[in-house]
Design a protein around this ligand. Structure first.
Ligand SMILES: Nc1ncnc2c1ncn2[C@@H]1O[C@H](COP(=O)(O)OP(=O)(O)OP(=O)(O)O)[C@@H](O)[C@H]1O
Ligand SMILES: [Mg+2]
Length: 232
């Protein structure tokens, strides 16, 4: 691949637990191009979230290299990582992770504060992405005044607000019923069609079926990596 967006070589991640060293990621090689739509699967404990944390610059590897958008982020310190994260990565979590007692608009605008935009710029852009996720009529609602699917839409809008190069989602439908999950996956399809790179973790084959490439982890290594030509 020429200039992949994500270029990972022999990434290992160990955790120290007392006197014991746990080798969680055991040497992962992975390249992902701009605009790909990837599902990361594998049994519980296989290292999916650990890998997502590394991809999202929330963590750094014990060894190995990670070139993100041309920059080596594997040795970077926290301040620099935080800046890369804010610019390049949009996160979506299973539990939504929205601020309570804060409107949908303010939740979505929050990452733009750290990015240094003015209030009017923040409100304009947050309105635009909330409209994109079909929540134009819910902007003043707080999370507890929204359904689970609507909360996840707010979280997706927040992930998109700084126009990141990658959307990372760890079990984004894990707390949603199957009908709402389909709605959320249709939204990810749309986001992908708009040119975003999407990487999501899921346990469910029904959800992975939307992705164009399916990577399976087992015991800290990539077990298989296949194009999904019959994607939904
Ligand atoms: N901070 C940590 N310290 C010690 N061990 C950890 C730490 N984080 C993860 N692990 C271990 O690493 C292994 C992989 O964890 P990880 O959360 O990546 O799994 P996962 O594939 O996301 O599983 P699940 O499907 O259950 O979410 C587990 O055995 C876990 O106990
Ligand atoms: Mg996990």
């Amino acid at each position: 691949m020429a200039n992949p967006l994500i270029d990972i070589t022999q990434i290992k991640r160990d955790f120290q637990l007392g006197s014991e060293t746990i080798n969680v990621l055991k040497g992962i090689d992975l390249q992902i191009n701009k605009g790909e739509y990837v599902a990361l699967m594998g049994p519980s404990g296989s290292g999916k979230s650990t890998l997502m944390n590394l991809l999202g610059c929330l963590d750094t590897p014990t060894s190995g290299s990670y070139i993100l958008n041309g920059k080596d982020v594997s040795q970077m310190h926290d301040d620099d990582l935080a800046e890369i994260r804010n610019k390049e990565i949009g996160f979506v979590f299973q539990t939504f992770n929205l601020l309570p007692r804060t409107t949908a608009l303010d939740n979505v605008a929050l990452p733009m504060i750290y990015a240094g935009f003015s209030k009017s710029e923040r409100n304009e852009r947050a309105t635009e992405v909330l409209t994109q996720v079909n929540l134009a009529d819910r902007m003043d609602h707080q999370p507890n005044q929204l359904s689970g699917g609507q909360r996840q839409r707010v979280a997706i809008a927040r992930a998109l607000v700084n126009k990141p190069s990658i959307i990372l989602a760890d079990e984004p439908t894990g707390n949603l019923d199957s009908k709402t999950s389909v709605e959320i996956m249709n939204l990810f399809n749309e986001i992908h069609k708009n040119g975003n790179t999407v990487i999501l973790v899921t346990h469910e084959e029904d959800i992975a079926a939307y992705a164009h490439r399916i990577i399976r982890l087992r015991d800290g290594l990539i077990e298989s990596d296949n194009q999904n030509t019959n994607h939904l």
